[in-house]
Design a protein around this ligand. Structure first.
Ligand SMILES: [Zn+2]
Ligand SMILES: [Zn+2]
Length: 53
């Protein structure tokens, strides 16, 4: 299954990416690519709409 970065929506391939459950609903896995983590791009949970840094 192809993962996409929750910030820039680019597909995450074999790179260093972080993922964690949504802080608000805990139902959705948030994925962030290394670039977005470095830039502190905001992400958005596709399930509950939570946005955070
Ligand atoms: Zn990204
Ligand atoms: Zn959520």
């Amino acid at each position: 299954m192809l993962r996409t970065c929750s910030s820039c929506l680019r597909p995450i391939v074999a790179e260093v990416a972080v993922h964690f459950p949504c802080p608000q609903c805990g139902e959705e896995e948030i994925w962030r690519c290394r670039r977005c983590r470095k830039l502190s791009n905001p992400y958005r949970c596709p399930r509950c709409g939570f946005t955070g840094p």
